[in-house]
Design a protein around this ligand. Structure first.
Ligand code: PLP
Length: 501
């Protein structure tokens, strides 16, 4: 497509009256043009000045869309030459090697890999947020695994392996081990006000798998799901590869905050973190909970409630779940032992409405051919003997202290200059950086000093327009290491933002 043809093509499709921001429409249209090869690999896109002029929109809007497409790997820009559709555009199909193009054989491995990937595979890899490091200061979302009661676990482990039971070593029946489902139903009813029977609980390998199962069973490719903006990158990726269209919805102090335009187009599903918005930390108000439940009931949409770390509230009691308020069976509740015990355990669960329980159990066994019954038996006994609640109680005290130590260290270094948000809960805080700061650069500078933090902007649908900040996980950092690690992080911030020192 030539530049003038592209402008016409875009002009015909941009709709100023549909309530969707022009930035988002232009971004989606250009992605579409690249994926459908209307804009083939290697082709030059018009300069931002020209395109802005021809479409009658702000040049900044076009620049920001181009920058976003660069980040996502759709285009690359060469200084002085312009912006080009990437050679390894996400939908490239492996073809017969072209004898006339020997250079193709010597292209770097990552580019070869991208050529081999499907469209959704390439998108997943281009947008992947997973970190190579999963431990150490200040890894967000990771509890202190060194405090796990290993002795109790090892006693249970020995017990089960001494009395070898074939039924625990074979594939799992759909839904997981009955004793764990019973123990969990008791825990969720009393601690989280979840209304459920053991049969409504489906054991999975964690929230990622729970969300995957829920969207496969309750939606079809192309259906729309509302996600909070910002939201957890991992679940966002799960939704993308399932072929759902994510519609990012802004959050305010009361949680997800759909506009009148959003409400006018009901989604098939929505994914929310009512107890502790991830990553900003606010709690969804009762009014907003009621509004969402009523809206979901009237429009027959599903709400997936991600209750990933609600056990950790430091000033007040843990809040009741959204599921507990639901009287019409619209909520799918998902939780995990990843934060309460240890992430590598890979045991999580869904609580589904009674009418869906059988289908979810069957689908889970059918799709994932579950196992891990021995670990499930150990975990059921661990809960029944009271170790689970006692571990949570101890960790709540410990993490509350670590959180305060971190806040004190930050205040000592910066006073009020870098405010922290994140509520009085969870395993991380968000430190806000001055507007316009490139938080990815700050995170990279911290990593060079062996400190892991995540840039806040990466959790937003449009990172280039997002507020700037850092996610700082304190739970897995020993008390005495928090202040020194904060100082190392502050050195990285000061080196990146010299005007701030
Ligand atoms: C909001 C949120 N949901 C889900 C998860 C992942 O849960 P799991 O380890 O059970 O898959 C995380 C991990 O950090 C998270 O932050």
């Amino acid at each position: 497509m030539r530049a003038s043809v592209l402008s016409d093509w875009l002009a015909q499709r941009l709709d100023r009256g549909n309530g969707q921001p022009i930035y988002r429409q232009l971004h989606r249209l250009l992605q579409q043009a690249i994926l459908s090869r209307e804009l083939p690999p290697g082709s030059k896109v018009p300069s931002s000045r020209l395109l802005a002029q021809e479409l009658g929109i702000g040049r900044n809007t076009v620049t920001q869309v181009y920058e976003q497409l660069v980040l996502e790997g759709y285009v690359s820009s060469a200084t002085g030459r312009g912006t080009f559709v990437a050679d390894s555009a996400p939908d490239e199909i492996v073809g017969v090697p072209d004898a006339e193009a020997p250079a193709a054989r010597s292209e770097p491995a990552p580019q070869q890999a991208r050529r081999a990937l499907s469209t959704r595979g390439a998108r997943l890899i281009a947008g992947a947020g997973v970190s190579k490091r999963q431990w150490g200061a200040f890894m967000p979302g990771v509890p202190d695994v060194t405090k796990f009661p290993a002795r109790v676990w090892s006693r249970l482990h020995n017990k089960y392996w001494r009395r070898l039971r074939p039924d625990l070593l074979t594939y799992a029946p759909g839904g997981g081990l009955a004793s764990l489902r019973h123990a969990l139903a008791d825990y969720l009813r009393t601690s989280r006000s979840v209304r459920c029977t053991p049969e409504q609980i489906i054991i999975t390998t964690g929230i990622h798998q729970s969300v995957d199962l829920a969207v496969r069973l309750l939606s079809d490719p192309g259906d729309v799901i509302w996600t909070e903006d910002p939201c957890y990158w991992g679940v966002r990726s799960v939704l993308h590869v399932s072929g759902l269209e994510s519609r990012p919805i802004a959050v305010d102090e009361e949680g997800i905050n759909p506009s009148a335009d959003d409400l006018a187009q009901p989604p098939k599903l929505m994914l929310v973190t009512p107890s502790h918005q991830y990553p900003l930390g606010m709690v969804m108000s009762l009014a907003r909970r009621r509004m969402l439940l009523e809206y979901a009931r009237q429009n027959q949409c599903w709400i997936i409630e991600d209750d990933y770390d609600s056990e950790y509230r430091y000033g007040s009691r843990p809040l009741a779940s959204l599921q507990g308020l639901d009287t019409s069976g619209q909520v799918i509740y998902v939780g995990s032992f990843g934060k309460t015990l240890f992430p590598g355990l890979r045991i999580g669960y869904l609580v589904v409405p009674e009418a869906l329980a059988e289908s979810f159990a069957t689908a889970s066994a059918e799709l994932y051919r579950e196992g891990q019954l021995l670990q499930q038996a150990m975990l059921a006994e661990f809960i029944a003997e009271g170790h689970f609640t006692s571990h949570i109680r101890k960790m709540r005290t410990l993490y509350g202290q670590r959180r305060q130590t971190l806040l004190d260290a930050a205040a000592q270094r910066y006073g009020d200059a870098l405010p922290a948000v994140g509520g009085d809960a969870g395993l991380h805080l968000v430190m806000q950086l001055p507007d316009g700061t490139d938080d990815r650069r700050v995170a990279a500078a911290a990593l060079e000093r062996n400190i892991v933090v995540r840039p806040l902007s990466g959790y937003y649908a449009q990172p280039l327009l997002a507020p700037s900040g850092l996610l700082i996980g304190y739970a897995c950092v020993p008390d005495e290491e928090i202040a020194p690690a904060l100082n190392t992080l502050a050195d990285a911030i000061d080196a990146t933002l010299p005007e701030f020192v």
